[in-house]
Design a protein around this ligand. Structure first.
Ligand SMILES: [Zn+2]
Length: 359
């Protein structure tokens, strides 16, 4: 009898200790290690030479750029689009900075909103766009609007302007005339708008990127998507690239509906791999259906592990793996196992078509 009591006390102690410990684990410290022993792919580079349709001017020195090119060679990245946001001298120096590697980098400019608010301000903006084009700009972007109408540009942002503002029309029409695609980031993914509580599926990410809607006049997710749709519809000769799957990863139908309606709309997958990898069958079906309209991009710091993880998610059939350090979600991820012909279009053929057309 005594022995049994001791045993029960032991079990109780163990149990309550484990429970207490579990209760103290914070989601932000959660670092599960996949327990599944399933086969994993050993991807060392992309399956096809890649055109990265979304990156930035990450490098400070010529030596950094040399290293980047070496890494691109190793990863099978043929060309990287660099969204500079810049106009004027800033754009010219970015062109100069990457000029040692023609064909490996293409520079995209911003819009110059100098004089915005005064009548006819667009005249200067259009002239500056033409100048950047002559300097070698291959596109415009990444424009961006998270609700305030910032439309990212340096040195002069278009504060208060949304992409469907009629004042933007002369600029967007000039992009069509010069065959410059327009890359634009609107809104954020939906969990960044949701209350940050224990029901928020993307809590770890949303705690970093939460959108504060307590500002008068600020547009929310749906209104921003609508502003993009309006611009795409009103400027049918201009090619638009919606960054990050139009920040509609939790409801890809939103993007699908726009792709169905507007042949001048494309979307990049940049920095949204972790957002589609939790739903691999649905995401793969979506990408396969819109295989002529989607573009590979990275957006993140160019590091080997980052590139390899994007390839793993698109190419492999790996299951239940984590990349919390890279992506900040607690979700397990799954490879999409995309067919080779689809991969080739996403990795390069669609980009080639857009960029060739625009020469
Ligand atoms: Zn970006």
């Amino acid at each position: 009898m005594k022995k049994i009591l001791v045993a029960c006390a032991f079990i109780f102690t163990q149990h309550s200790f484990a429970q207490t410990k579990t209760e103290n684990i914070l989601l932000r410290n959660y670092r599960p290690v996949s327990i599944y022993k399933t086969p994993t792919a050993d991807i060392k580079k992309a399956a096809f030479p890649v055109i990265d349709m979304h990156s930035h001017d990450y490098m400070q020195t010529q030596k950094d750029i040399d290293e980047w090119v070496k890494l691109m060679d190793k990863m099978n990245i043929q060309t990287t689009m660099i969204f500079t946001y810049e106009t004027g001298k800033g754009f010219d120096s970015a062109v100069e900075k990457y000029s040692k590697y023609p064909g490996r980098f293409e520079l995209w400019c911003g819009f110059d909103y100098t004089g915005y608010g005064t009548p006819g301000w667009q005249k200067h903006a259009v002239a500056e766009l033409e100048r950047c084009y002559r300097k070698g700009a291959k596109g415009v972007g990444e424009l961006g609007d998270k609700g305030d109408g910032e439309l990212y540009s340096k040195p002069t942002p278009g504060k208060g302007l949304h992409i469907d503002d009629p004042q933007m029309k002369p600029l967007l029409e000039k992009c069509a005339a010069l065959h410059l695609p327009v890359s634009i980031h609107v809104a954020e993914d939906e969990w960044m708008y949701e209350t940050q509580d224990s029901t928020n599926d993307g809590l770890m990410n949303s705690s970093k990127w939460h959108v504060d809607m307590n500002q008068p006049g600020k547009l929310g997710h749906d209104a921003l998507i609508k502003s993009l749709e309006n611009a795409v519809r009103e400027n049918p000769a201009t090619i638009f690239i919606a960054c990050h799957l139009a920040n509609s990863c939790s409801n890809l139908k939103v993007l699908a509906d726009m792709l169905d309606k507007y042949p001048n709309l494309y979307a990049d997958i940049a920095a949204r791999y972790a957002e589609i990898a939790p739903v691999p069958r649905y995401a793969a079906a979506f990408i396969t259906k819109y295989q002529n309209r989607l573009l590979y991009g990275t957006d993140n710091d160019p590091e080997e592990h980052m590139y390899l993880t994007t390839f793993r998610i698109l190419e492999s059939a790996d299951e239940h793996f984590y990349e919390i350090g890279l992506f900040t979600y607690h979700w397990p991820l799954y490879g999409l196992n995309l067919p080779k012909n689809v991969l080739k279009k996403i990795y390069r053929a669609n980009a080639e078509r857009i960029l060739k057309y625009y020469k």
